[in-house]
Design a protein around this ligand. Structure first.
Ligand code: UDP
Length: 455
């Protein structure tokens, strides 16, 4: 990694209070952003829940304060419960108001002041809190611009009946987003009406529009076709910064990373390994798990597969994998230092669940992708990477061993995959250029620093 932004020794006597959403894919970009802003002279306070608390010891230069779930009994709960307790509940807003009020009023150096609050877009109620305290709030949107344009159109898509279409329409194109098929829209996992995830997204969109600015883990050259629409839908200003170009996400990993994979990777030929990981939350059932295992073996290619604790919904699968699995060509790890794996010269492809962090990490390392998609933004990211960026094959028809084997060979070695491999290389070069002095991402960093300083 070669951050082009020089670390400053000048401190600005300005503090930024940041509130990540407590899941791996949200904590990583927030802490990457925090490191970047610290390197630019700002002091950083991270507010966090006890649930999925960040690794405080890796950030001695930040101040941490736990808020919202101070009940020690509640250290582990699921997203659904978390939403019920905090996201759709005014208590969350009240608790945040109380804590922030205290922080802003006291507890700071006398020659330091709070510039702004930066929260994850899902902490929508933070906007009302910030308004009451007269504190500017910037939003960190941890998903892509394309996904966000689709999300902001969910009420329209629902009104046009997309969420209730039957399966005979799955392959049809979506008139409002010709890039997408009906099945991509359905895969987001939204039910028709004002329920569940749709409510969260509606609040998120509304309060992102009300924010003083939006920071994206992206770069202009990657999502240029989306910029105009985003600027129209969200007043902004917008700052597109590819965080993996500046800091890896390793130091904010919630799980122990297996580093013993590196001696193994070091022994593999250049660009010969497909790295397989489906992020921190996705799950498969036993049948899908076996299709993946057999597909990897049948591809006759080298693979490094992350099988997280809890990745398979029920655990009777051990006997059913191919005999001798993973064999000499394969390696299984419970959790990996992903960005370092992607940057390793032995890695030739990434089979991902298309979470946005994984996607952008892969793009920044020039690794072509096989995109699976489970829910949320994933089908949208997968479609964009394959059809717009041309750096991926979208495995859009589920998990089936023969197709998996075929696609792995295509992306790693076959002539047919050459164009995708070349496009991935080119896109990496664009991301490299963007962080150089005068590049689009470098400009974004500088204007973000100026903007926050002006608040
Ligand atoms: N990650 C990791 N080790 C792994 C798998 C994933 O460190 O073995 C990190 C990955 O680098 C990324 C994050 O976990 O930063 C996953 O975020 P993403 O948005 O891709 O997916 P999510 O977990 O939110 O579904």
């Amino acid at each position: 990694l070669q951050p082009t932004t020089m670390e400053t020794t000048v401190r600005r006597h300005r503090r930024i209070i940041m509130l990540p959403f407590p899941f791996q894919g949200h904590i990583n970009p927030m802490l990457q952003l925090a490191n970047l802003l610290y390197s630019k002279g700002f002091s950083i306070t991270i507010l966090h829940t006890n649930f999925n608390a960040p690794r405080i010891s890796n950030y001695p230069h930040f101040t941490f304060k736990s808020i919202l779930d101070n009940d020690p009994e509640k250290r582990r709960f699921e997203l659904a419960e978390f939403s019920k307790d905090f996201i759709h509940n005014q208590d969350g807003g009240d608790a945040l108001l109380h804590e922030l009020g205290l922080l802003v009023a006291s507890g700071l150096d006398e020659n330091e002041r709070v510039s702004c609050l930066i929260t994850d877009s899902y902490w929508h109620f933070a906007q009302t809190v910030a308004d009451r305290l007269n504190l500017p709030r910037l939003v960190l949107r941890t998903m892509g611009l394309f996904c966000t344009t689709v999300y902001s159109s969910i009420p329209l898509l629902d009104a046009r009946g997309y969420f209730t279409l039957d399966d005979s329409h799955l392959e049809e194109r979506v008139a409002e987003f010709p890039l997408l098929k009906v099945k991509d829209i359905k895969k987001i996992g939204i039910e028709s009406g004002e329920v569940g995830y749709a409510v969260l997204i509606r609040h998120m969109v509304k309060q992102t529009k009300a924010a003083s600015g939006v920071i994206w883990n992206s770069f202009k050259e990657l999502e240029e076709p989306m910029l105009e629409r985003i600027s129209r839908d969200f007043p902004g200003p917008h700052f597109l910064i590819p965080f993996p170009k500046y800091y890896t996400a390793s130091s904010s990993s919630l799980l122990e990373q297996d580093r013993t994979i590196f001696p193994w990777l070091d022994q593999q030929p250049a660009k010969s390994v497909v790295y397989v990981s489906f992020g921190s939350l996705s799950q498969v059932d036993e049948k899908q798990f076996l299709e993946i295992g057999h597909g990897l073996v049948n591809s006759k290619q080298r693979f490094l597969w992350v099988v997280r604790d809890g990745f398979v919904e029920d655990l009777t699968w051990f006997e059913s994998l191919p005999v001798g699995f993973p064999g000499e060509r394969g390696r299984v790890a419970q959790w990996a230092p992903q960005q370092e794996v992607l940057a390793h010269e032995a890695t030739g492809a990434f089979w991902t669940h298309s979470g946005w962090n994984s996607t952008i990490e892969s793009v920044c390392e020039g690794v072509p992708m096989i995109c699976s998609a489970f829910r949320g933004d994933q089908p949208l990211d997968a479609r964009y990477m394959s059809d717009v960026s041309g750096v991926a094959v979208y495995l859009e028809n589920g998990l089936q061993r023969d197709e998996i084997a075929r696609v792995i060979r295509r992306i790693l070695v076959d002539e047919e995959g050459k164009e995708i491999r070349e496009s991935a290389k080119l896109l990496k070069q664009k991301s490299d250029l963007s962080v150089m002095k005068g590049g689009s991402s470098d400009d974004s960093v500088e204007s973000l620093v100026d903007y926050i300083s002006s608040l």
